[in-house]
Design a protein. Structure first.
Length: 86
């Protein structure tokens, strides 16, 4: 079965998008309750970035995001949970 152009483009983009581990923690605000996803070292600029991960009543939303690079154009990466340390 032949893949459509959209399927081929999506597969190419997914393969080219780096996976970036994030630390996951709840917010520290007493008014808002949400997940904070922290990219410790951005693969593009080397700096740390934070992303919101959704409401605490649900699991954190790990997905494709734009980097928050200040020194260069934002690019896509996929957020994945940090592997537990032994």
């Amino acid at each position: 079965m032949t893949k459509s152009l959209q399927e081929r483009v999506a597969a190419t983009n997914a393969a080219a998008t780096p996976k970036v581990e994030v630390t996951i923690r709840p917010s520290r605000s007493k008014y808002d309750r949400f997940w904070v996803l922290t990219v410790v070292t951005c693969p593009f600029c080397g700096k740390s970035h934070q992303h919101g991960g959704g409401d605490l009543s649900h699991p954190p939303l790990l997905s494709y995001r734009l980097s928050h690079c200040v020194t260069q154009p934002s690019r896509d990466y996929e957020l994945v949970a940090e592997e537990p340390k032994p």
